[in-house]
Design a protein around this ligand. Structure first.
Ligand SMILES: Nc1ncnc2c1ncn2[C@@H]1O[C@H](COP(=O)(O)OP(=O)(O)OP(=O)(O)O)[C@@H](O)[C@H]1O
Ligand SMILES: [Mg+2]
Length: 389
């Protein structure tokens, strides 16, 4: 079996060099474990897009021999001479008399080797919002879920970990604002609509491409988690980039994530990628809270007819297959899209509080909160029994 797969994979062309795998030899190991095929390869020099292409090409080459859903990839990088654009030091030494805060800056460099996962001080639960495919609505869900939790009197922070396309500053009307650091050298998160916000987008110029590579991410992510003065939060929501790349892995190795939520449209191609995402979280031992179906249907404002643009109930059937929970669905609606573009998120600005979208977001927030309060009750019950309380 492995030998057959290797023959197919050897013919795969590397998207960067145009060389066949038999020449380039990126794949270091192909092995089988519990009916799944594990492929380990060297990702040196590959951008996230190239990595994705490379993995897709491999999957294509072996799809007649094995179900792509049973294939798991891991990658490594030996050389850490990464490409990045250093933050320009525009340190105008402004002496501010009353305010001792300074412009915050990022220490662009490699993260300390992580020996143990840490918790973020003062933060109750950390939730990661993920998807396999891009553009399915993770950031929009992150913001509106955060606002819905706020409406349930929770204190919520949002960490935009999408280094390739940070969008939370736009969604929360904070484009162009720069975070400051307090006298303890902690970065002060921005505040928008009652949510705390930190984003890579606040440190880089929007129109310049920034390329961060694997090991550097750990450093910046560490800083965003542990060097930001998050204060006391009930929830910290992390908006991830799409896919199963370095950010997801760095995050899973750095902190105890209490639960990941997978966002998907009901479309087959998105669901296939969502499955990969879910399996990755299982692999890195991060609990998956469940899935949200975004853009589930479109209700015509004129005739009232419901159209299933991306297919019907795809996520609902997938959760059964993947043995996870269905957390809720959100329709495709112009008010959501417009609100996002204008930095006026639906759950803060919509007047239609009795409408289906409002109810959907609130019900998802309540489902998420219930999962944690149920777990807490159970563990308290257990401790209570243990200590006779
Ligand atoms: N339910 C919805 N109805 C209408 N438009 C939506 C909905 N959800 C998201 N959108 C729009 O779809 C686009 C993509 O959404 P968003 O940026 O949240 O996706 P994403 O998964 O975070 O993307 P990326 O993978 O690039 O980070 C945005 O223009 C957003 O306004
Ligand atoms: Mg996004």
């Amino acid at each position: 079996m492995i030998a057959d797969l290797k023959i197919c994979i050897d013919k795969v062309v590397n998207p960067l060099s145009g060389e066949a795998e038999s020449v380039e030899k990126r794949v270091e190991d192909i092995s089988e474990k519990n009916g799944e095929i594990h492929i380990k390869y060297n990702r040196e020099g590959l951008s996230p897009e190239d990595k994705r292409k490379f993995e897709d090409n491999i999957l294509n080459s072996i799809k007649d021999k094995i179900d792509p859903e049973k294939v798991l990839f891991s990658s490594f990088s030996k050389n850490s001479s990464d490409i990045y654009k250093k933050e320009e030091k525009k340190e105008e030494k402004k002496e501010e008399k009353k305010d001792s805060s300074k412009d915050a800056s990022l220490k662009v460099g490699h993260g300390d080797k992580i020996t143990q996962k840490r918790n973020v001080a003062g933060v109750g639960k950390v939730i990661a919002i993920a998807s396999g495919k891009g553009g399915v609505g993770k950031s929009t869900v992150s913001v509106n879920l955060a606002l819905s939790l706020k409406k349930m009197n929770k204190k919520v922070g949002l960490l935009d970990a999408d280094i390739y396309g940070p969008s939370l500053p736009m969604l929360l009307k904070k484009r162009g604002e720069k975070p400051r650091a307090n006298d303890k050298k902690k970065i002060i998160p921005l505040e928008s609509y009652g949510l705390k916000l930190m984003s890579f987008g606040l440190f880089v110029n929007e129109d310049e491409p920034v390329i961060w590579r694997g090991p550097m991410l750990g450093g910046v992510l560490n800083q965003f988690l542990f060097d930001v003065d998050w204060g006391q939060l009930d929830y910290l929501i992390i908006d991830l980039p799409p896919g199963t790349g370095d950010v997801q892995l760095s995050m899973a190795q750095t902190i105890n994530v209490d639960g990941a939520i997978i966002v998907s449209t009901p479309q087959d191609v998105a669901l296939l990628d969502a499955t990969k995402g879910l399996k990755m979280f299982n692999q890195v031992k991060t609990p998956v809270l469940g899935m949200i179906e975004n853009m589930s249907s479109f209700v015509c404002h004129k005739c009232g007819e419901e159209h299933f643009v991306f297919g019907k109930e795809g996520v609902k059937s997938k959760v059964e297959e993947l043995k996870t929970q269905f957390l809720g669905k959100i329709p495709l609606d112009i008010e959501i899209r417009k609100g996002s573009d204008e930095g006026k998120p639906f759950m803060e600005f919509s007047k239609n509080q009795s409408g289906p979208i409002w109810k959907s977001y609130m019900s998802i927030a309540s489902n998420v909160d219930k999962i944690f309060s149920k777990n807490e009750k159970e563990s308290k019950g257990f401790l209570g029994k243990l200590f006779g309380k």
